[in-house]
Design a protein around this ligand. Structure first.
Ligand code: TRP
Ligand code: SF4
Length: 431
């Protein structure tokens, strides 16, 4: 099975995808030490990750780290898009350097938007809403205007070949060349934050939906292909960092041995210098060596970490999507339109009130409950009460919809108010 980042499919069986692609499950122990664990962890909305441990360490130890995520300016911004921003706002509070790529080249190459249309949408829809939602000043840039990103994408392509591209993305002879280049641009997006000019080698988190995982696999491969030192498990099962014996990097090999002594046992043979160490110290040494590589003029990119969040269900089931206006609640919907959508929403209620009183409803199959869970109800206790009163048959869908309508109205009106000031502030965010 292949994940198509440009497809319209709703991926439902997250468990299977995670297993197939080696994504780790996000467990309570992975986030419970973070400051004020946010709702998207507590409620299982962020369900999977690659290498999040590295990020958690950076947060807890207050070391520098970065976030890079991207937005595709196609269609209007809906509640599903809000989830990434909620995450970014949290990470901004706990010390991340925030970068957001506006994927205007990608929208042009894959969705048929002009750069001008993409720019207008990005500014008026997305960035204005991000600010209204509470994002503080950070680095938002357009792919088409960032030469560092584009150059890096091109140069990194040296270590990717066509078979890899077709295997990951399913490209074929009729895929247009701008589209074929899109993954490399995204790779440029993700890794450029580690160029010295942008803060240098440091842990980077890419919070996305699972449809973007192919780009993460690709970028992680490319990052490590350009490394001089590589983390790997040796045949005997020990974890180590290895550097190929090469006269050109002799100096680096000496550094590796010296650094390595601080952390573990170094060994040499004719082909490799190896440093074996406890799994617990791998990240630290890896990061120290990445910095040294950069000092010597190599890329030295630390493989980016990622998290995956659930997609929102559309109002009538299926995927919430900008291209199907009735499936989505847009952040610019009026309360009246939102009310109509909520009225029409698929619930987990039984066929009749009587049935529902007897057997209860199914909140985990209910779009209204999802609105509460993802957006409208902040207090876990309150949410739990709704859950319990639903399954016990005390709560009826009509009531729930009324409550959802009221909360949504309040949310949309407040956001509308805050959007008014947001337009003037856009300059502070975009470069
Ligand atoms: N491809 C992403 C999308 O379709 C947008 C994007 C571009 C992105 N660059 C990125 C996402 C870098 C994460 C990281 O929405
Ligand atoms: Fe959903 Fe509420 Fe109906 Fe339960 S009672 S199925 S939570 S709308």
């Amino acid at each position: 099975m292949r994940i198509d980042p440009w497809g319209a499919k709703q991926y439902e069986n997250y468990g299977r995808l995670m297993e197939q692609f080696g994504i780790q499950e996000m467990k309570e122990e992975d986030w419970k030490d973070l400051p004020d664990p946010p709702y998207f962890f507590r409620r299982g909305i962020v369900f999977g990750h690659r290498d999040f441990g590295r990020i958690k360490k950076a947060i807890v130890q207050k070391r520098p780290w970065a976030i890079l995520t991207g937005l595709m300016p196609s269609g209007k911004m809906h509640l599903g898009h809000k989830m990434v921003i909620d995450q970014i706002i949290y990470y901004q509070k706990v010390g991340a350097d925030i970068f957001i790529a506006v994927a205007d080249i990608e929208a042009y190459a894959t969705r048929g938007y002009s750069l001008k249309e993409a720019e207008k949408l990005a500014m008026e829809e997305y960035i204005a809403n991000y600010i209204a939602l509470g994002l503080k000043p950070c680095n938002i840039y357009f792919q088409s205007k960032n030469d560092d990103v584009k150059n890096l994408g091109y140069l990194l392509g040296k270590k990717a070949n066509w078979s890899e591209m077709t295997a990951i993305y399913g490209f074929n002879g009729s895929t247009n060349m701008a589209h074929i280049f899109a993954p490399l641009i995204q790779c440029g997006d993700i890794l450029h934050v580690q160029l010295q000019k942008y803060g240098g080698a440091r842990p980077t988190l890419v919070p996305v939906g699972i449809d973007q995982d192919p780009h993460l696999r690709f970028t992680r491969d490319i990052a490590s292909a350009h490394r001089l030192f590589n983390v790997a498990r040796a045949k005997d099962g020990r974890m180590g960092i290895f550097v190929k014996v090469d006269e050109n990097v002799k100096e680096l090999m000496d550094i590796a041995e010296k650094e390595g002594k601080k952390y573990g046992i170094t060994e040499r043979n004719d082909a490799y210098r190896a440093i074996y160490l406890d799994d617990a110290n791998i990240d630290e040494l890896d990061e120290a060596l990445a910095k040294r590589e950069q000092e010597k003029g190599a890329y030295g990119f630390i493989s980016p970490s990622s998290t995956y969040h659930r997609f929102m269900t559309g109002i009538m089931g299926g995927k919430m999507s900008s291209s199907k206006p009735n499936s989505a609640i847009f952040l610019t919907d009026t309360p009246d339109i939102a009310r109509k959508k909520i009225q029409a929403a698929k619930t987990g209620g039984a066929v009749s009130l009587e049935e529902q009183r007897k057997h209860g409803g199914k909140p985990h199959e209910c779009v209204i409950y999802e609105l509460f869970l993802y957006h409208l109800i902040k207090d876990d206790k309150e949410l739990e009460e709704i859950y319990n009163s639903c399954i016990s048959g005390e709560q009826m869908c009509g009531n729930c919809k009324k409550m959802a309508t009221n909360l949504m109205e309040k949310f949309l009106l407040e956001l509308q108010e805050r959007r008014k000031d947001a337009y003037d502030k856009i300059k502070e965010y975009v470069n």
